[in-house]
Design a protein around this ligand. Structure first.
Ligand code: BES
Ligand code: MN
Ligand code: ZN
Length: 483
């Protein structure tokens, strides 16, 4: 995939198709006006004949227009909102894909912000995962071309470079999520991390195996892992470029359950295949670290991935078992399907050794957050208002939005065990996403945020699979941290 930026006239862009906008009221966008002038009033004539796109969101294609270098002109009518620009871009990208056009000039909006938005929408839409199809065609070589004024070129180039880093990171996240669970097991994730470290000087990776995890005393993580023949891994990324501006790291933590059967509290059969996506938080750590490396941001960032497979087995944990966490606290496992919080609590305890500036964990943690927010917004929980606000702002800017959820002490009080320090579930269904977050909050003593991405990281249809979220939110948060 290639993004290129040109400071030239829209009429001079060589491409298979150049896409421009028509405003909702039928008036010409600046780019369309330039094309019209270069083509001797061709588009004004088409307007008179009623050939321009008739309604919002519609597209019309013109071929071999005189005076225009591109082979085709796609005119899309839309209201100019960010959402409309995103959809217009996706419509053009889809048409280009169906038609086999690789070189697409996107002039649907102007300025650095619009260019970033179009670049991301086009790349998002062009993603394919056919590594496991025996008749997979050769991947198309996409080239997206953007045009800007000379005065804007610097800002547009910065925005485009960041979009390229985002695309690399979010594609990686999606590939990991989509990889089937017979391949993507904890050890395989560890290998992917090691392979990635070879590509970047500022990145080091350590992969802890079962023995190392035992030595750390991560009894909750090990408890979940013990029902699977696929041994756990604890992966530590350290991205520390020489010009890092922060002495204390920002730490990312990801839930890496490579398959969640529920364990002995087994899930029903329907759609269980989607539980291959239960490592979406881990995949977001991989993708965010990759995006950081690609963008070469001057920040010290640590990524922690707790990876296990949750299986029912003769050796699996049972409801009633009590596990000793790395923090020393004991947990009564009342439901083995509430496994994410068990592995995360040990990862959050591990994070304390960095004296972190902030810790952000990401997890496909609860069905309850899907009920509350669907796939539109990630659920955000935090013990720190400044951190929460920064993440919410980043989500809006990156169009990868989150929504703040509460953490009142009353929710924590819903977690009571007669036998251990804390149970892993509350025993009632009420506020399931909040009580899960309240459980995690017991294990943190630093500024912390938790993103429940059970709805946003994976789509069940249209098309099914990993979404690459919340890599966009994270990369934008990091960018805003750079002085
Ligand atoms: N991985 C699931 C949560 C999930 C559900 C992710 C739907 C993606 C889509 C998690 O481990 C889980 O099973 N949570 C239980 C918790 C319950 C037992 C308290 C749930 O949400 O039902
Ligand atoms: Mn589960
Ligand atoms: Zn799970």
């Amino acid at each position: 995939m290639k993004f290129s930026l040109k400071a030239c006239s829209p009429a001079e862009v060589a491409a298979d198709v150049v896409a421009v906008s028509l405003a909702a009221d039928g008036s010409f966008s600046p780019a369309l006006a330039v094309l019209d002038a270069a083509a001797d009033g061709f588009f004004a004539q088409q307007a008179e004949k009623g050939n321009l796109p008739p309604g919002n969101g519609t597209l019309r294609l013109f071929v071999d227009v005189p005076g225009i270098a591109a082979r085709r002109v796609a005119v899309v009518r839309h209201d100019g909102s960010e959402r409309a620009l995103e959809r217009a871009t996706a419509a053009v990208q889809q048409l280009a894909d169906e038609s086999g056009w690789a070189k697409v000039a996107l002039l649907l909006g102007a300025g650095a912000g619009s260019i970033a938005l179009m670049a991301r929408a086009a790349a998002h839409d062009a993603y394919r995962f056919d590594a496991f199809k025996s008749n997979a065609g050769k991947a198309r070589k996409h080239e997206w071309i953007f045009v800007c004024d000379k005065a804007e070129k610097k800002a547009a180039q910065v925005a485009l470079d960041l979009s390229r880093a985002w695309a690399a990171g979010s594609y990686f996240t999606r590939d990991l999520v989509n990889t089937p669970p017979n391949v993507c097991v904890p050890a395989w994730l560890g290998e992917q991390a090691k392979a990635m470290a070879k590509d970047y000087d500022a990145l080091t990776v350590k992969v802890l195996k079962k023995k190392d995890i035992e030595a750390l005393g991560m009894g909750a993580l090990l408890g979940v892992a013990q029902g699977s023949v696929n041994e756990p891994r604890f992966i530590i990324f350290e991205y520390r470029p020489e010009n890092a501006q922060n002495a204390k790291p920002l730490v990312l933590v990801g839930k890496g359950v490579t398959f969640d059967t529920g364990g002995i509290s087994i899930k029903p059969a329907g759609a269980m295949d989607e539980m291959k996506g239960d490592m979406g938080g881990a995949a977001a750590v991989f993708g965010a670290v990759k995006a950081l490396c690609e963008a070469e941001l001057p920040l010290y960032v640590v990524g922690l991935v707790a990876s296990v497979e949750n299986m029912p087995d003769g050796n699996a944990i049972r409801p009633g078992d009590i596990l000793k966490t790395m923090s020393g606290k004991t947990v009564e496992v009342l439901n083995t399907d509430a496994e994410g919080r068990l592995i995360l609590c040990d990862a959050l305890t591990y994070a304390t050794r960095y004296q972190p500036q902030a810790v952000i964990d990401m997890a496909t943690l609860t069905g309850a957050i899907v009920v509350a927010l669907g796939g539109v917004r990630s659920g955000l929980f935090s013990n720190d208002d400044a951190l929460a606000d920064a993440l919410l702002r980043a989500g809006e800017a990156a169009r990868d939005p989150a929504w703040r959820m509460p953490l009142d002490p009353e929710y924590r009080e819903m977690l009571r065990s007669p036998f251990a320090d804390i149970p892993n579930i509350s025993g009632v269904r009420d506020a399931g996403a909040v009580t899960a977050a309240a459980y995690l909050s017991e294990f943190v003593d630093y500024p912390w945020a938790h993103l429940d991405i059970a709805g946003s990281a994976f789509k069940s249809s249209g098309p099914k699979g990993g979404t690459g979220r919340p890599v966009g939110l994270l990369l934008e948060y990091f960018r805003a941290q750079v002085a």
